[in-house]
Design a protein around this ligand. Structure first.
Ligand code: AMP
Length: 465
């Protein structure tokens, strides 16, 4: 792929709920999605099967809008909405991608019944499939790759929904952890590489599928397991049926979930996010030669790694940066000056902590270098003597085609400058990244992850039209 065709990708959270007895499914979806809010703040939505008591039938109701879960879906709180199944989605915003038509779940009726889908990840051969379907006459309402899946199921010549879905899955490449509804069934699917996390949990007639275990915790579910890569699970009133829809590929779980994306109290890929981040911080400290007075984090993304660093180095940990939790996201703003202002609005040093100190500042990653450049200048203004930046990820040099929002290659600072030059550019006294071998040592199965954003070695080549 050439540099100009690097595109921004979305990253989302999904939840699915099935109950053996009618229950307030929309409310359960609300709480699950609320716990996954960090996975997407652009839009929130649910689709559930509304029971029609008169004749015992049901119909799908979809409600979605731009905005946070608490704003969009609070209408479902404290009011009865009897139902036995539903799915929900939060969508991660990218520059220019903030459109209602891309909000999920997507629902459609076709010759194989009524279905709805919520998807986390990116189909890396979407452009190819899109062209094929458009040539054959399909009309798309959104620019999301998720809509493709419904079209492919509808157009399949297979006799029923289940076989059409299995046929469609064979054609998909890339990352897809998804939940679907079909008639009275909840379906959970994870791609054969396992790029994105997906869990399934059980409690007293309730089955819940969710991107991270923090959503299961929210619903008091402690009995859970991962949906396996290449697994499809059908859940209905007769129970649960699991199948493998694809031969096992080499696992290529996204290491950036553990570095940055997932919530620290979650498990993803069977790993504790918090403990893995602490191990990454400790691994950084192992190779340290700089003398310093204290360790600080860039909150919240650097907190766990900074604690690990402090513990390993024996240096005190201080909360020397205060985060304003009411500030919005700086990462997606279109211009450097807007991003700079947003960083100032979000983070500010505590003078009494940083004054006259030699500081190790830990963050999870460096993308364009905006956050750290602003922070270091603010820390110097507040009297910091030395600032040594440490990153608990390797250098990000390549875009992600499987669901993480990473800017174009040109914008990634590690593509144009080496660590010494970056230190000079952002005003740090020194700068170090975690190496890939050290990162692998922090994981239970270091070979089973995707490191493409650091190495450019894509497990599945993104396919152009
Ligand atoms: P930058 O300021 O462009 O160097 O971005 C680095 C900061 O953005 C770090 O504090 C990271 O925690 C955070 N970050 C890294 N990747 C992402 C992402 N995909 N979306 C939002 N924030 C991110």
């Amino acid at each position: 792929m050439d540099q100009e065709s690097d595109t921004l990708r979305h990253h989302c959270g999904v939840v699915g709920v099935h109950s053996a007895n009618p229950d307030n499914i929309p409310e359960k979806l609300f709480y699950g999605l609320f716990a996954l809010q960090h996975r997407g703040q652009e839009s929130a939505g649910i689709c559930y099967r509304k029971e029609i008591p008169e004749d015992g039938s049901g119909r799908f109701v979809t409600y979605k809008d731009l905005g946070m879960v608490s704003t969009v879906l609070s209408r479902y709180l404290n009011k009865p909405h009897p139902s036995t199944l539903g799915i929900g989605h939060v969508r991660y915003s990218t520059r220019g991608g903030n459109q209602l038509e891309n909000a999920q779940p997507l629902a459609a009726s076709c010759n194989k019944g009524t279905a709805a889908i919520a998807h986390n990840g990116n189909i890396s051969n979407a452009a190819l499939l899109n062209t094929r379907l458009s040539t054959e006459g399909s009309i798309f309402q959104s620019s999301s790759d998720t809509e493709l899946i419904l079209h492919m199921i509808a157009r399949s010549r297979q006799p029923d929904f289940k076989s059409a879905l299995l046929e469609t899955l064979q054609d998909l490449e890339g990352a897809f952890s998804m939940v679907m509804l079909h008639e009275e069934q909840l379906i959970a699917i994870r791609d054969p590489w396992g790029f994105r996390p997906l869990y399934i949990g059980f409690s007293e007639g309730l089955t819940v599928v969710a991107s991270e275990t923090c959503a299961l915790d929210m619903l008091k579910i402690r009995d859970f397991r991962e949906v396996e890569p290449g697994e499809i699970i059908h859940i209905d009133s007769s129970g649960l049926r699991s199948e493998t829809f694809s031969p096992k590929e080499k696992k290529r779980r996204c290491v950036f979930e553990l570095i940055y994306f997932a919530r620290p109290d979650s498990l993803v890929f069977g790993e504790s996010v918090y403990l893995t981040r602490k191990a990454m911080g400790a691994a950084l400290a192992m190779d340290e030669s700089i003398e310093a007075d204290l360790v600080m984090s860039v909150p919240d993304s650097g907190n766990s790694a900074a604690l690990g660093y402090a513990e390993k180095s024996g240096l005190p940990f201080e909360q020397g940066l205060t985060r304003n939790h009411y500030a919005g996201r700086s990462f997606i703003l279109p211009t450097t000056s807007q991003r700079e202002l947003a960083v100032r609005m979000k983070l500010h040093p505590v003078r009494e902590v940083v004054r006259d100190k030699r500081i190790i500042l830990v963050d999870d990653s460096l993308v364009r270098g905006t956050t750290s450049r602003i922070l270091i200048s603010l820390m110097r203004e507040a009297g910091a003597k030395e600032v040594h930046l440490r990153l608990s990820s390797p250098e990000i040099k390549f875009p992600c085609y499987y669901g993480i929002d990473i800017p174009t290659r040109k914008e990634l600072i590690s593509n144009s400058l080496n660590p010494g030059e970056i230190a000079a550019h952002i005003g740090a006294d020194s700068l170090r990244f975690l190496s890939i071998p050290r990162l692998k040592e922090c994981l239970q199965d270091g070979e089973g992850y995707c490191y493409a954003c650091f190495t450019g070695e894509y497990p599945i080549q993104p396919r152009e039209v």
